[in-house]
Design a protein around this ligand. Structure first.
Ligand SMILES: [Ca+2]
Length: 269
């Protein structure tokens, strides 16, 4: 191969890398934003939060642990539980998503997705799935489900069949331990289990396009209790407000992002 031809191919590879068509070239540094607290609200410190979402200004939450799992409707401002359905002791509640008037709740290793009426929280159906169920969200067409690995599944909400998978990578490395999920403005946001960190994922490529350092939130919790890891992202599409909490956290935080290179803990008194 002549030098001219090699040079030609190198130029093509560089162009493909620049437009992101070659995954192996996608090792671009990911910008990490910080969480700036705008407000905080009471949150049940006994709730082992596994799923969180907001619809019409109301918080819906799934909690885990055998014997303590539930799905609940919660007042966003006061943290008061307005309605609750307890799960049988053999279910460990996990991710939660809303599709129309139906709530879908995963049950970790049981392989059962429970379906509830959104208003009454009465069970109206169930589906089976294979493997573990961790986080769940809805993009307006498909459910998106995590299982603790670096691979998300696209799920048909009509029969819970797997439509497709999304391999999540950050700078060419798989991102393991993807947990609670939220679909926000065309992106999938995912808690990383035990990292107090959230990654923002491009659903089409699986590439991490940004991240959020949320360690300042746990540090600002009042003393006492036994707060566990960050796990709960809820986006209120009507007010465009973002809420985060964690397992056994006594507060639910409304936050905004402080972009980029601000590495100091960004929080208001
Ligand atoms: Ca969520």
């Amino acid at each position: 191969m002549s030098v001219t031809v090699v040079s030609h191919y190198v130029r093509i590879l560089v162009v493909l890398c620049l437009v992101g068509w070659l995954p192996a070239c996608g090792a671009r540094p990911v910008t990490t934003d910080q969480a700036l607290i705008q407000a905080s609200h009471p949150h049940d410190p006994h709730a082992f939060t596994q799923g969180l979402l907001i619809s019409d200004g109301t918080l819906f939450e799934s909690t885990g642990q055998y014997g303590h799992s539930s799905v609940r409707r919660v007042n966003l401002e006061t943290g008061q539980i307005e309605q609750i359905t307890h799960l049988p002791d053999y279910y460990f509640g996990e991710g939660l998503a809303l599709v129309g008037a139906r709530l879908y709740q995963l049950t970790w290793k049981a392989g059962v997705a429970l379906v509830y009426d959104r208003d009454s929280l009465e069970r109206v159906g169930r589906f089976n799935y294979s493997g573990q169920g961790w986080g769940l969200t809805y993009d307006g067409q498909d459910l998106i489900m995590s299982n603790g690995s670096a691979t998300l599944k696209r799920i048909d909400p009509n029969d819970f069949s797997v439509i497709d998978t999304i391999d999540v990578r950050e700078e060419d490395r798989p991102v393991e331990r993807l947990n609670e999920l939220e679909y926000i403005n065309g992106e999938i946001w995912a808690n990383i289990w035990f990292a107090d960190r959230i990654v923002r994922i491009d659903p089409a490529s699986g590439q991490v396009i940004g991240s959020l350092d949320a360690r300042a939130l746990k540090a600002s919790l009042p003393a006492g209790g036994s707060p566990d890891v960050l796990n709960g992202i809820a986006w209120d599409a009507s007010t465009r407000k973002l809420y985060l909490t964690g397992k056994y956290w006594p507060r639910l935080f409304e936050i905004t992002l402080v972009s980029g290179d601000t590495h100091a803990a960004a929080q208001q008194p």
